[in-house]
Write a protein that binds this ligand. Structure first.
Ligand SMILES: Cc1cc2nc3c(=O)[nH]c(=O)nc-3n(C[C@H](O)[C@H](O)[C@H](O)COP(=O)(O)O)c2cc1C
Length: 354
């Protein structure tokens, strides 16, 4: 039987999972030789995190890491998602069974995985690589789907579409504040907080970094927007996003469990790309804004609501999506390494069963 210490070691080996602005919205409880993963959606962006689904994607990625890491310790993870139902605080309960199966080949990439927000080279991926990426959905949930494109025009449309996030974020006072609250400006601050969006991971040039420091003041941002600055930033970012070998989306059903599965699929994709020495960038803003405005558009201007709807439909058209929800868009390509990586807090284990 697995020991509690082994479970803690598996979790520690799995902690390098993506989360919205590196929020790491999780804690752990180990008892009766099983693991429970506890969700803290309040650590995530209150407006983007529609129905806590950003949190669930992060938890899905973490669960998939645990699934993979267990094999390195000689165990097979038996995963129950929302074992007590949704919104009970427990996103996953995992039991571990001894197995003779070899270590998962994705294990070594868990620690290497990182977000890379640079423009990538336009390298053509092999058929085998693309096939491997595409089957990631079937490996987790056959009702989910991955679509990819390498067409230049499609990538340009998608780059512009997802950059609408920056227009909305920087032209809306509340969203602007939430965005700047998440930025961590220096390495020292990051080491202390061990969360947040570290400036250097944003891959900005010196002029953009300097401008960002000014734009954190809404009074300045507001004036700058009169001269179209938010749209200019979005246009520049659109070029970076399109500079990728492939861009793709993950399509899921409209349940919370599907967003956990989306996270598991995303993590598999990411680790497979890392195994192939390819870079990966997950982009979700517009997709989450869309879900939000379709449910409750309060707080968004009529112009932004129309822009978000139009943009989401453009993404749907590129990939010919007929049903389901687009959980996120990703880009893959070759670059080298990101300039900086985000720090992760050590896992917090709640000792007592409360
Ligand atoms: C649900 C979710 C949404 C995300 N959305 C974005 C996004 O829209 N743009 C982006 O650049 N990164 C996005 N990320 C990536 C996170 O910012 C990143 O995982 C986090 O900062 C930690 O960095 P790491 O991936 O290098 O560990 C998202 C991650 C998750 C899990």
């Amino acid at each position: 039987m697995i020991s509690n210490q082994e479970i803690e070691e598996i979790v520690t080996a799995s902690i390098n999972a993506p989360s919205g602005s590196n929020s790491q919205p999780w804690k752990f409880r180990v008892f009766n030789n099983q693991l429970e993963i506890l969700g803290f959606p309040e650590k995530d962006h209150p407006i983007l995190n529609f129905r806590n689904r950003g949190t669930w994607i992060a938890h899905g990625a973490l669960i998939e890491n645990i699934n993979i890491a267990a094999t390195a310790f000689g165990y097979e993870a038996q995963i129950q998602v929302f074992p007590n139902g949704e919104n009970t605080g427990i996103t996953g309960r995992i039991n571990f069974k001894k197995t003779e199966k070899p270590k998962d080949e994705l294990f070594d990439s868990i620690l290497l995985r990182a977000t890379n927000r640079k423009p990538y080279k336009d390298k053509i991926l092999t058929v085998k690589q693309k096939r491997e990426f595409l089957i990631s959905a079937q490996e987790i949930n056959p009702n989910c789907d991955i679509r990819i494109t390498e067409d230049k025009l499609a990538k340009n449309i998608l780059g512009s579409a997802v950059s609408v996030n920056e227009v909305v974020m920087l032209e809306n006072e509340k969203l602007h504040q939430l965005f700047f609250d998440e930025i961590v400006w220096t390495k020292e601050e990051e080491s202390k907080k061990q969360k947040g969006l570290y400036l250097k991971t944003m891959e900005l040039g010196f002029p953009q970094r300097t401008a960002l420091r000014l734009f954190k003041h809404w009074s300045i941002m507001k004036i700058a927007n009169k001269f179209g600055v938010a749209k200019k930033i979005a246009n520049d970012n659109a070029k970076t996003y399109s500079a990728s070998s492939i861009m793709g989306i993950i399509i899921v059903d409209d349940t919370d469990k599907d967003f956990i599965d989306a996270g598991r699929i995303i993590e598999r994709l990411w680790l497979k790309a890392t195994n192939e020495k390819l870079e990966f960038h997950l982009i979700t803003g517009v997709m989450f804004f869309y879900q939000r405005v379709m449910s409750d558009p309060k707080g968004f201007s009529p112009v932004h609501i129309e822009l978000i709807k139009k943009t989401y439909n453009q993404i749907k058209e590129v990939f010919k999506v007929e049903k389901g929800v687009i959980a996120g868009l990703f880009r893959i390509g070759e670059d080298g390494k990101p300039t900086a990586r985000s720090i992760k807090s050590p896992p917090e284990f709640i000792k007592k069963y409360v």
